[in-house]
Design a protein around this ligand. Structure first.
Ligand code: FRU
Length: 723
């Protein structure tokens, strides 16, 4: 595969003379054949011939030339393989090609190899579209070389697309290499410019030659939408090196080291910032983690991508509160490490210092997490770990990691509970076995060595999602009777089971009881060591804030109780008392009647709590429109629906009670004394501020209607730049 006359070529101008015809560009391979020809094929990822476009389950592949290209998605992202070209001599100043697919250096790439060494490399940009790229190879003229197209990655973007490789005289857009920049650190933050949709880069940060941080980020130095701060206080006075793959020098120049974060003047006042629900200052959040009360503070950790508004780079963010309502974010508690990214888990106070991490009178707080090893930077199975603190701010990972080895592929989300009767720690852990959800139960005297005591089966996949991800379990009195206690267990959907637990094994009397309606609330868990003896639950509120430098929120904290109902013992949700501290101007409407077909309207506010107790006629349909969001009670069906998400809500002595909370991206409704809880993500029209109540198909007799304007929970000015 050494095009004849190749080395005789000078320039295109020579072609007009009588000299041998010589092209400005020589196509090495355009893959327009039904085989790879002289290329050596290894593994399965490339199939045995060039592709004709996308494969099944692959997004559309565009930007290639002709009818064929190289596409290593044969067998999906999981497959691996390698194509090795025949040898050639480098004569032209540039190599030009089209490349797309995964952005992973060394793993989804094309390499130029000289003397057994990779001397040039290029990857896709995390985009199926192939883009023009190339190398300047003037310094390699005359050398013998070959190309390797490598797919040594699985998971998202675990493939590479290549087409039309040519040797040229004219410079193609050059594949950017890794760029480095040293910082003599004197500010608290390294600030990275982010724009959603910009090419995804891998950033590594080293100090004293050791890699201390690594993450993926959509960097855009020209047109940033927001700045992602990285806390570097620990390295003040030292030199850190920031490396960015596929970067231009200007990308590095844009990164700043300062004591402030650019663009945070309107922090917590952004148009779609939830005002009394927790959200992160910057970046994506999902599950609440490590909920625990310790040293006078409630701690809320959360799945956090500090560098983007979509899921990824899982860290544990951290916020604290004295009252479950006003939160202060205090920086990342857990960073990804060589075992993986930091997935969900719980937290406890180790009162008896069973771990030995504390001292007399100073019990440590312990958090349990999953190291999701399949994700960058690790390539390991998922394992469970723990970290401890005695100041509630700085965390030390236990050096004996893992505390629980991999039990099944993606096993995760450890939640630990002190079981006093057996004086043991109990861990619930989600896993999958034989195509179904399981919760593993393990116990331990010291949280370091764990013994499996039960594998509790939930649903088979596809049959619902009972006991799927994020386990939690606890004991509660029934109707407040301490002598009659029952155990509750649930997973991320909130569907729960009730039964007994002896410290080793659960016995469930009832399963698949519905938790919160709909799918807006997910992966909730309850606080350990709640000082008032309450079981307080917080869920991840899948409530997007489109276009904002942050995304998603947490639900309001809800107290869980067990209550006897005509259907049996059921879990109820009650918004915690502390929320009353948000109440501002109040309109007490008092009692009134609504005839069928009648409506009444009051002025409200952007942030509102509405409470009402009413007796609907047997067939009445009573509609509340709070800032335009419809909340409809159908008395005949005894069903409540909130912006289309419905759930049964029974009348009690003929009466319905509602508590409605409306924030900028959310509505939560609790009804029937907590038996029904409907959280819904919705962005009400900013101008809509009224409350309208109407009845049809029958009348409604209102005992009360109270409208409260709520204050922002962020009123306690929070320093934007405080780590
Ligand atoms: C649930 C979940 C957990 C996992 C975490 C990762 O939302 O999938 O199982 O630990 O999110 O962010």
């Amino acid at each position: 595969m050494f095009p004849s006359g190749f080395s005789l070529c000078v320039t295109v101008i020579a072609a007009v003379s009588a000299a041998p015809v010589c092209a400005a560009e020589i196509v090495f391979d355009d893959f327009e054949k039904s085989s790879y020809g002289d290329w050596k094929v290894e593994g399965v990822a490339f199939g045995d011939q060039p592709a004709t476009g996308a494969f099944d389950n692959q997004n559309p592949v565009e930007g290639f030339e002709g009818a064929h290209l190289v596409n290593s998605y044969v067998g999906g992202d999981e497959s691996r393989g390698r194509l090795t070209s025949p040898k050639f001599r480098i004569e032209k100043p540039f190599v030009a090609f089209l490349i797309g697919g995964g952005p992973y250096d060394g793993r989804t790439c094309m390499n130029l190899v000289v003397d057994g060494k990779v001397v040039r490399t290029a990857t896709g940009a995390g985009d199926e579209r192939l883009a023009a790229s190339g190398w300047d190879v003037r310094d390699l003229r005359g050398k013998t070389a070959h190309l390797e197209i490598v797919d040594d990655a699985d998971g998202g973007w675990g493939h590479v697309n290549v087409d039309r490789i040519a040797f040229t005289d004219s410079e193609p857009p050059l594949a950017a290499g890794t760029q480095n920049r040293d910082f003599a650190v004197n500010g608290a933050w390294l600030n990275f410019p982010v724009r959603k949709g910009a090419p995804m880069r891998t950033v590594t940060v080293t100090a004293n030659g050791e890699e201390v941080r690594r993450f993926h980020i959509e960097l855009d130095e020209n047109n940033p939408e927001w700045w992602a701060p990285l806390d570097v206080r620990a390295w003040k006075g030292k030199t850190m090196t920031v490396s960015v793959d596929k970067a231009r020098p200007t990308t590095l120049e844009a990164i700043t080291n300062a004591d402030s974060v650019p663009g945070t003047a309107d922090l917590y006042a952004e148009s779609l910032r939830p005002q009394f629900h927790f959200s992160a200052r910057r970046g994506w959040i999902n599950d609440p983690n490590g909920l625990v009360f310790y040293n006078g503070e409630y701690h809320l950790f959360f799945q956090h991508n500090p560098y983007g508004t979509e899921w990824g780079n899982m860290h544990w963010g951290h916020a604290v509160s004295k009252d479950l309502v006003h939160w202060r974010e205090v920086g990342e508690a857990l960073y990804p490490d060589e075992w993986g990214t930091m997935y969900s888990g719980g937290g406890v106070v180790d009162w008896k210092n069973t771990t030995g991490f504390g001292s007399a009178g100073k019990p440590p707080m312990i958090v349990h997490y999953t190291a999701a090893g399949e994700h960058m930077p690790a390539n390991k199975p998922y394992t469970q770990g723990m970290a401890w603190t005695t100041d509630g701010r700085t965390f030390t990972k236990y050096e004996g990691h893992p505390i629980v080895d991999n039990l099944s592929r993606g096993n995760r989300d450890p939640k630990v509970y002190w079981h006093e009767p057996t004086r043991k720690w109990v861990m619930a852990l989600w896993g999958e076995e034989d195509g179904g959800n399981v919760f593993y139960f393990l116990n331990s005297p010291d949280m370091k060595k764990w013994t499996l005591t039960q594998t509790l089966r939930g649903d088979a996949f596809g049959n619902g999602r009972f006991l799927h991800e994020c386990p939690d379990f606890f004991e509660l009195p029934v109707d407040g009777d301490e002598k009659n206690r029952k155990w509750v267990v649930f997973g991320a959907t909130g569907e729960y089971g009730i039964g007994s637990f002896d410290g080793r094994r659960f016995r469930l009397d009832e399963t698949k009881l519905p938790g919160p309606a709909g799918d807006a609330a997910y992966a909730g868990q309850t606080f350990a060591d709640e000082p008032n003896g309450r079981r307080v639950w917080v869920g991840w509120f899948r409530a997007p804030s489109p276009g904002m430098p942050f995304n998603h929120a947490m639900t309001l904290p809800m107290e869980l109780r067990l209550t006897t109902t005509p259907d049996g013992v059921r879990l109820t949700h009650t918004p915690v008392e502390e929320l009353k501290s948000l109440r501002g101007r109040e309109t007490k409407v008092g009692s009134f009647n609504l005839a069928s077909g009648e409506a009444k309207t009051w002025n409200g506010a952007e942030l509102m709590e509405v409470r009402s107790v009413f007796r609907p006629a047997a067939s009445a349909i009573v509609t509340f429109e709070v800032r335009g969001v419809p909340i409809i009670y159908d008395a005949a069906r005894q069903e409540l629906s909130v912006a289309g998400t419905a759930m049964p809500a029974r009348l009690q002595d003929g009466v319905m009670d509602l508590a409605i909370f409306v924030d900028r991206t959310t509505v939560e409704v609790v009804a029937s004394r907590g038996e029904a809880f409907i959280p819904v993500a919705t962005i009400a029209d900013a101008g809509a501020k009224t409350v309208r109540v109407s009845s049809r198909e029958g009348s409604a007799e209102f005992q009360s209607l109270d409208l409260f304007e709520l204050r922002s929970a962020w009123r306690t000015a929070i320093a934007a730049n405080e780590p």
